[in-house]
Ligand binder design. Structure first.
Ligand code: UDX
Length: 437
């Protein structure tokens, strides 16, 4: 099938490449010429495991091309909208400018029977509004909403083998046709018995935001338990294991630490709250404000713990920060707890030296005032305290005896509860976890 993917960021670039790998004829379109130049050169503009391989193979197949010209969307049967919906400056709501601009730009290139498919995470009600815009254009095209659940770091696998598919479609014949087209798009996944939910626009939009709200709530729940553990002497990691054995609860997303970040969970829960308030149901998701507050308190806790742990005043201390990206296997520093902690410690006068396997370039672009170091060894050398804030395998497997010989004072704050406290203490370190003794 011929398809266009509008927006070639973390979502769109992976979606376009994966669809071409699955046999479709795809054009990826983005307004950023540098991004398109890189992708055309088989170079992803960001770090995502597995993407270079499928991008190269899809380009070699001749089924994938990239363009800055929206007119190249003409001739496709399906047009995916995969642009960002960041937090609006000065507000908690989602900034819909990019989605609206993408649809407006696409309208002149739509033909009867085309299907516009929204993948971006949007406030409930957006699809109905955009469907009206498309209908009013008289192009004879229709709209479906098909939320994307991919996780950065696993984006390729999540796109090729999603754990579920959700189609929000209009009623009647248009809905049947939209479903048939999407079934063709996802034929491989459907043949592998991927669960499918076909529903209305509002439900499809809400599935995505409520899934992210649930995940954020789960993380903040365990981080709230960490706060209680800290004042009662309990160990939140054992608590998570114990409650996680209950199949109704499950152990996933119960890792207490410095909290969630990234381009999705934080802004999605805020946008959900803002949208619920607009709809007059703010109280229904008021708890998400608490989820956000608990999450942000954890960053402060790591900063405070570090300052308290230091054997000398913070402004005369060197603090080694392990991690900048919001999670391992990603170079994404958007709303990253790790970068936030580094910036706050720098603001308190600490001599911050930070490292990350992939996140340095993005972190430096946002915060050039910090010192960045590629080598873990040089990051640790002479440090008065070490703070682990992103649990990359490279950091989890650091030998505490080797590291103790590099630092000035063996103090470690494990902001992800990712290290073996017993081994680090045995190597002479003063070890602090979050919510564990
Ligand atoms: C998330 C959703 O998982 C995905 O389905 C959606 O499509 C986009 O948003 P992503 O932002 O890639 O994906 O990251 P995710 O793996 O969900 O992690 C989010 C944050 O939560 C990270 O900062 C991570 O470190 C943190 N986290 C995760 C915890 O602090 N504890 C946990 O137990 C799990």
């Amino acid at each position: 099938m011929k398809m266009s993917v509008i927006g070639c960021g973390y979502l769109g670039a992976v979606h376009a490449s994966a669809m071409a790998e699955l046999g479709h004829d795809v054009v990826g379109i983005d307004v950023d010429p540098s991004k398109i130049a890189l992708l055309t050169n088989c170079t992803p503009p960001f770090f995502e495991p597995g993407l270079p391989e499928i991008l190269t193979s899809a380009m070699a197949s001749g089924r994938l091309r990239f363009s800055t010209d929206i007119a190249d969307a003409a001739g496709s049967d399906v047009h995916f909208i995969a642009v960002g919906t960041p937090q609006k400056p000065g507000s908690h709501a989602a900034d819909m400018r990019f989605v609206d601009a993408a649809v407006d730009a696409l309208l002149p290139h739509l033909a009867p029977g085309n299907l516009v498919v929204g993948k971006s995470t949007v406030p409930v009600g957006t699809a109905a509004r955009l469907a009206d815009v498309i209908t009013a254009s008289g192009t004879g095209a229709h709209l479906a909403w098909n939320p994307e659940f991919l996780r950065e770091g696993f984006a390729v696998a999540d796109t090729v083998s999603p754990d579920r598919l959700v189609y929000g479609v209009p009623t009647g014949e248009a809905g049947e046709r939209a479903t048939a087209l999407l079934n063709e798009v996802y034929a491989v996944a459907l043949a592998a018995s991927t669960p499918l939910v076909v529903t209305d626009y509002a439900t499809a939009e809400l599935v995505k935001v409520s899934a992210n709200a649930f995940l954020a709530t789960k993380i903040s729940f365990i981080n709230a338990m960490a706060e209680i553990a800290e004042v009662s002497g309990a160990d939140v990691t054992q608590l998570a294991d114990a409650i996680g054995f209950d199949a109704r609860i499950g152990r996933k997303f119960l890792n207490a630490g410095v909290g969630f970040g990234g381009g999705c969970l934080p802004k999605d829960i805020r946008a959900f709250t803002a949208r619920a308030e607009e709809l007059g149901r703010g109280e229904s998701v008021a708890f998400l404000k608490e989820v956000d507050a608990i999450n942000l308190r954890r960053r402060q806790r790591v900063v405070d713990l570090t300052v308290e742990a230091l054997a000398r005043p913070v402004h005369t201390s060197k603090v080694a920060i392990l991690g900048l990206s919001f999670k391992p296997n990603s170079d994404d520093v958007r709303d990253s707890p790790a970068l936030d902690v580094a910036v706050q410690l720098h603001g308190l006068g600490a001599g911050v030296v930070a490292t990350d396997p992939e996140g340095i370039a993005n972190a430096r672009a946002r915060h050039p005032q910090l010192n960045y170091e590629v080598s873990v060894e040089e990051t640790l050398r002479g440090a008065d305290a070490v703070v682990l804030v992103t649990e990359w395998p490279e950091f989890r497997t650091i030998d505490p005896i080797w590291a103790a010989n590099l630092v000035r004072t063996p103090i470690i704050v494990d902001g992800r509860n990712a290290l073996d406290a017993v081994a680090w203490r045995a190597a002479g370190w003063t070890y602090y976890g979050l919510g564990r003794p």
